[in-house]
Design a protein around this ligand. Sequence first.
Ligand code: IVH
Length: 685
Amino acid sequence: MNPSEQDPRQRLAELRDRLHYHNHRYHVLDDPEITDAEYDRLFAELVELERQFPEHVRPDSPSQRVGAKPVSRFVEVPHEVPMLSLDNLFADSDLMEFDRRCREGLGGEEGIRYCAEPKLDGVAVSLRYQHGVLQRAATRGDGRVGEDVTAQLRTIAVIPLCLAGEGIPALLELRGEVYMPLAGFEAWNQAARERGEKPFANPRNAAAGSLRQLDPQVTAGRPLQFFCHGVGQWEGGNPPATHAAMLEQLQAWRLPVCALWETVVGVAGCLDYYRRMEAKRASLPYEIDGVVYKLDSLVARERLGFVARSPRWAAAHKFAPREVSTLLLGVDFQVGRTGVLTPVARLQPVSVGGVMLSKATLHNFQELLRKDVRVGDTLWVRRAGDVIPEVVGVVWERRPAAAAAIILPTHCPACGAVVVQAQGEVAARCVGGLACPAQRKEGIKHFISRRAMNIEGMGERMVTLLVEEGLVQNLADIFTLSEHRERLIGLERLGEKSVDNLLLAIELSKQRHLGQFLFALGIRDVGETIAHNLARHFGTLSQLMLADREALEGVAEVGPVVAEHLRQFFQESHNIEVLNRLRRIAGTHWWDFPSSPPMMESQPLAGKTVVLTGTLHSLTRQEAKVRLEGLGAKVSGSVSDRTFFVVVGESPGSKRQRAESLGVRLLTEADLLSLLESKLMPDGC
Ligand code: IVH
């Protein structure tokens, strides 16, 4: 039936269901089934029908996420079931004691089964669903009374406005954690610094600050996420018997549950999980500050009960802190690829979570002045996830009387050119351009890096060596290195074999497609996405170089600023010279031929969805993702019957079982490596 002939109420219900379904696939499963444009069309139809029939607008409609008016204050909400806190375990002996108490409380039972989960470093909230519809969201507050943040929580896309599936109870009150992923936190802080505003101290504060906004529109603009980790109240229907079954049930109703949970047995199982999570911590996209062990049997939990404000059946096993204090020996100013000067604190080496730190970023001049850092100070420094270590602040009580203020350089430490700070910009830059050896070296490092031209065997140290030897002055020189084979073999630490491998890698890099090459050029503000959009839009480098501002602004995500940077880059005579040399000596294909054909040939996984589970040893999850994407794959977080294959690392999660039950092909880490190397699928695919 044509939608316009349908009963509007029925069509509205259909649109709501479809939009909820696709919202879940996109935001929670990271595995969309329809394009953004198709989603937008459905959404526009819903909004238009609701405009015509306002009496049929329901609070759980996808159109009702954002738009609530600002409140003047937060209303208090009592928690019918108090939101307790967890006892902390710091040493292995604390864990043994916890397990002993559980065993004793359960009448001497051996080998207790726990459900182990990461302890998310966010803000605890309660969500109340009545007949599957989100009615109220509240902060923890003091555990007995919290604050109503319904309008704010509704703006978080992963939180379902209504649950879907079988057996939804009349009342379901959930507990979980709102958090800000590290990438969102970094991006937010970077933008705040550029606006000259005070950045958030850590992702937890960022999540809390974003939630406690009287205007929900402000919350809507923050990159918040949510994971559900328990149930406060369940009335009606059949509650599961174990926590593990409960988590599976919540997930089936479309609630986001952190996939890293596992059931483990006894102290040994708990410790093994703790160690694995600790090792994983740095590569997770969000912050965790420990793990939580919970008795898996919900009946057994009832028997154990509570002490004071924490349950006897659960405990948090904390990781060593990642914020430590150490002495500031001095501040160096590093010159980046685009000439930006970054102050870097030189520290007395200190161990943070098992990694030695001797440097930490101070971001920019403004941050350095704001933090009022002086040589001789003791500083708080921190490592968060994969992020570069940073200076958090000064330990004021420890400031010596003779602490020396830092003098900001007026001239570039690498080339002596003037340092300028453009109006409205936080960054201070060296004006030396490509005459500055530091900028040149950084530009070359970027060009050869994995995500750009991916010239294997030419790491940072090799670039430094080649630049210092005068063999590489600019990007085009990389492609003349084959003329200097003998000289290269004579260089320190380089043998015949590694030189030949390097020259081969350089030769192979000529096969990269235009998007990678454009990203590799390191044009200001042209990241991977924009580079690929430009490649797709213009097809050839010649076409792109001819484009005027208007044509450039017609490309997805290119605004006036990026368009201007592109124009400037392609007008600068030195750049034209290097590009012309590249064309002559490298003879690369992307100048006049659209790059899609070679791109497709090098993309054996184009259009395929693949999933990673478990720990990989020879590369990080992010690396695996990027490299699989380089072969055209879409890397998804969940397994479905359309998944092409699942890469199974050590200690895989439930995704492995799901893949097995759906008959999806499993690949080992070794299979993955050979696939990445040869671009050929292992037998049987
Ligand atoms: S269970 C009875 N599981 O840690 C307590 N809490 O001190 C039930 N938290 O404010 C809490 N990750 O919000 C639980 N996987 C997890 C958690 C978690 C973080 C927070 C929680 C609470 C605090 C407990």
